[in-house]
Design a protein around this ligand. Structure first.
Ligand SMILES: C[S@@+](CC[C@H](N)C(=O)[O-])C[C@H]1O[C@@H](n2cnc3c(N)ncnc32)[C@H](O)[C@@H]1O
Length: 249
């Protein structure tokens, strides 16, 4: 069951009414378009993400639906509006790229927009500590290398937060927690290749070209180790996604 299917199940027979996708993208839009909504608004901070989302929507946008490029740090964005359901799909982790150090304000910012329910999807951070298992260490190494390459290239990595951080800040922002679920992750080839390809793109942007050869060799070595682990033992089982269901307190 995907995270979105879980949310649909958690919503049960309640009507969807007006829905806000507070951090949109192709996947959440695909899910949103399959729901019986009265209207929807989808927000992204990135024009490129808006284009990809528009491609997913194609001709399925109704007159009452809106796709907006904006920033939640802007108090005027959707000011005075209210939605029955708000989805914050991997939005918290991405905030660092659009409104750095503003994560503690996010839920309070969304609170007045939530008429009935907030569904939040988050990813437990995997770049801290040293995991016990070989699979966990590989995921951790990939995450650390990706973030290091992005920082060296002058870009901003995402910053994920654990479930207890999110629960604390949701309650502090005036939400009541209705449910929270964790879903274990098995990372496959697509994760390994996409994250290490990101590293290679970042290395391509480094001004000091002397850094490139050892970094590229390290990326290739990590790719080989991770892919051969997956080929031999299956997906890299490590960490979890989480879903929080919250309502205005
Ligand atoms: C990781 S993506 C979410 C995944 C997406 N729902 C999907 O289907 O793939 C994070 C989204 O949150 C948006 N975002 C992050 N910080 C934001 C901010 N401060 N204001 C508005 N949008 C923001 C990003 O632009 C992006 O659309």
């Amino acid at each position: 069951m995907t995270l979105y299917e879980r949310i649909t199940a958690l919503h049960g027979h309640r009507p969807w009414g007006a829905v806000l996708d507070a951090g949109t993208g192709r996947a959440s839009m695909r899910w949103l378009l399959g729901l019986e909504t009265e209207r929807w608004t989808a927000i992204t901070g990135a024009p490129t993400m808006a284009e990809q989302t528009r491609a997913e929507i194609s001709d399925r946008m109704r007159e009452q639906d809106r796709l907006i490029v904006g920033n939640w740090a802007d108090p005027a964005l959707l000011e005075g509006e209210r939605y029955d359901v708000v989805l914050a799909d991997y939005l918290l982790g991405a905030i660092e790229g659009f409104a750095p150090y503003w994560q503690d304000r996010l839920f309070a910012r969304l609170r007045p927009l939530v008429g009935k329910r907030l569904y939040m999807i988050g990813l437990d951070p995997y770049v801290h500590g040293v995991p016990d298992s070989p699979a966990g260490r590989l995921v951790n190494e990939i995450g650390r290398l990706r973030d290091a390459c992005l920082l060296l290239a002058g870009e901003q990595p995402y910053r994920e937060y654990p479930l207890d951080w999110s629960l604390r800040h949701l309650e502090g922002a005036g939400f009541r927690i209705v449910d929270a679920q964790t879903l274990p992750i098995g990372y496959r080839e697509r994760f390994v290749n996409s994250q290490l390809d990101l590293c290679m793109t970042a290395v391509g942007k480094l001004r000091d070209r002397r850094l490139a050869p050892p970094l590229l060799a390290h990326i290739a070595d990590l790719r080989t180790r991770a892919l051969s682990h997956i080929a031999g033992q299956g997906a890299l089982q490590h960490g979890h996604d989480y879903i929080v269901v919250a309502e205005p307190a």
